[in-house]
Design a protein around this ligand. Sequence first.
Ligand SMILES: Nc1ncnc2c1ncn2[C@@H]1O[C@H](COP(=O)(O)OP(=O)(O)O)[C@@H](O)[C@H]1O
Ligand SMILES: [Mg+2]
Length: 341
Amino acid sequence: MIVAENLVKEFRIAERKPGLIGSLSTLFTRRHRLVRAVDGVSFEIPAGSKTAYIGANGAGKSTTIKMLTGIMTPTSGRCLVAGLEPYRERQRNARTIGVVFGQRSQLWWDLSVPDSFRILRRIYDIPAPVYRRNLDLYRELLDIDALGTTPVRQLSLGQRMRAEIAASLLHDPAVVFWDEPTIGLDMVLKEAVRVLINRANRELGTTVVLTSHDIADIAAICHSALVVDQGRVVHQGSIQELLRTADRRSVLFDHRDGPAPEAACARVEQGLPGVRATLTDGGRIRIDYPADRFTSRQVLAFLLDRFDLADCYAPEPGLEDVLREIYGRSRVPAGAEGGAV
Ligand SMILES: Nc1ncnc2c1ncn2[C@@H]1O[C@H](COP(=O)(O)OP(=O)(O)O)[C@@H](O)[C@H]1O
Ligand SMILES: [Mg+2]
């Protein structure tokens, strides 16, 4: 459904010298610096899938999505969405896709939401039953009527995002690109948005590409992940596979009788060098081990041998932990903070 082949996007940025004289002088001298926002990205996203496009701040996610939606032309390489090159066939592509850019409105600032929807209905030639069905859904899930006839420019961020999300789905597009769609939404609305997109995917086969700072959004919506770092793809596969790339694993256990907690921790750390054992608030012992040095089988065998186990389980590594590891490995500076996804 979506193919990117060696996509590159470079920006020419005017070098700025500090101070007023400096800013004035940039008007006359033509010193430019090239920023490679997207550095040879290739991927395929199958129809009907729900893919999280993940990367630290500045990794090139929005720029890639702008090329996929036809807003920007690649410096080199190409992409295809439903067989079209988006930046060459913007009109036809627009019928196929739905877009939300959390950072930038797709709606008409001076129009109210109902007026915008009426225009979109004409533009996309949306059949009456589809239009009615979708509006009913947005009334129920996004409380769209409450937005009234206020011009979009006067809506709050959360209100605007509800309208943006509805507008992106109004024409039943085959593909939606949602770039930070849940900023400004409270928990109830985030949940409604998840229901809406999962329903479109299930019932209409809508292909979903999502970026979000909220890892819970990703977990609630996406099955697949495409991880980019410094303009390049570093992982593509299921979220499950991504979780399995975690370097550190953990096991929690309870034991009967035997040594007191502190002594038990010491016993684990001595028996398995490189492993950390700590006491949890719940009174269990937590073991963190490097996955490249021990298998879960070895850790379990050790525990069964040395302790009278009452209970034992291995929690899945969290997506956040895995992403922190990935960014850590490529030594991405502070940009990853707070903007981990
Ligand atoms: N219009 C632009 N002009 C110049 N540089 C840009 C422009 N858009 C993005 N960039 C730069 O490209 C890089 C990637 O940006 P972006 O695609 O927005 O990343 P992300 O969405 O992953 O946070 C950043 O270094 C950003 O500053
Ligand atoms: Mg972005």
